[in-house]
Design a protein around this ligand. Structure first.
Ligand code: NAP
Length: 250
């Protein structure tokens, strides 16, 4: 089985599969972080060369099934997986994470992308917490008037060309109470984030609600229309059913 990962959900599912007999799993990572978290199954790192490259990879190594547990914003990879599996005639299961829903007291605004987030910050100086990927934060150099707190898994190098930025290198999960302390300590008045869903990065959203801080949420990209489940339990059930079918020669 090829597991397309890069998320905590993928790592957990890989661990569940490693403890079950009859599954031989290769986990694929994009290679975005310099020191990825240890994984419970064999890992390969780096792109496949688009949908065509992935289709060839599936055929050459004779994979039976592909499971897409990539991040909800890794839309290109999900699209490539759908196209490659169709080409190589391999079954594909997507494991999706539901987006967070606003609650009373939340001050969220959806924005289409990073450029719209920058425009929404406005001209007046804001204290902005950027909870985005290292590659996405560079665009904020276009708005150097703000004071930024940038958190990323790996250092942002070179630093942004803005006069006021603090860098925090950290990997989730993040607890709401710690996030509240952090946001208050930096006097943050607006957050730019992705609607990743799941508990591990929700802490900042709960903290923002408690402190009355505004949040600009990048809209989720569209994902391909493929068979999908939510959560590891449903994925395991689907994979077990497939394995039994294969053993029975259905
Ligand atoms: P992407 O835009 O969907 O993918 C770009 C290319 O990266 C893909 O075409 C593929 O290259 C390669 N790739 C992505 N995931 C891969 C995987 N699991 N195994 C092998 N190759 C992979 O994804 P992205 O550029 O990584 O990220 C897009 C957004 O998702 C960003 O907002 C990022 O912060 C967020 N995100 C991504 C990850 C992650 O692990 N990828 C984790 C957390 C958040 P080829 O076309 O050459 O195959």
């Amino acid at each position: 089985m090829l597991l397309l990962g890069g998320t905590a959900d993928a790592r957990r599912l890989a661990g569940d599969l490693a403890r079950r007999p009859g599954f031989d799993v290769l986990l694929s990572l994009a290679g975005r972080t310099a020191h990825p978290a240890p994984q419970p199954v064999p890992v390969r790192v780096g792109g496949f060369g688009g949908a065509e490259g992935l289709a060839r990879f599936l055929e050459d190594a004779d994979f039976d099934v592909v499971v897409d547990v990539t991040h909800p914003y890794a839309a290109i990879m999900s699209r490539n997986a759908a196209e490659a599996c169709a080409r190589a005639r391999r079954p594909l299961l997507a494991v999706r994470r539901a987006p967070w829903e606003a609650q009373a007291g939340d001050r969220w605004r959806d924005v289409d992308d990073v450029a719209h987030a920058i425009a929404a910050l406005g001209q007046a100086q804001r204290r902005v917490f950027l909870a985005l990927g290292r590659n996405e934060v560079r665009a904020f150099e276009a708005a150097p008037q703000h004071i930024y707190v940038v958190r990323s898994v790996d250092p942002v190098l070179p630093p942004l060309r803005v006069p006021h930025a603090t860098y925090l290198v950290a990997r989730g999960p993040f607890e709401a109470r710690d996030e509240e302390r952090l946001l208050a300590a930096h006097g943050v008045d607006i957050i730019v984030a992705k609607n990743s869903g799941g508990p591990s990065t929700y802490g900042k959203m709960a903290a923002a609600r408690a402190l009355g801080i505004e949040v600009l949420l990048l809209r989720r990209p569209l994902t391909p229309d493929v068979e999908a489940v939510e959560g590891a339990q449903a994925a395991l059930a689907w994979l077990e059913a497939r394995r039994h079918e294969a053993l029975r020669g259905v």
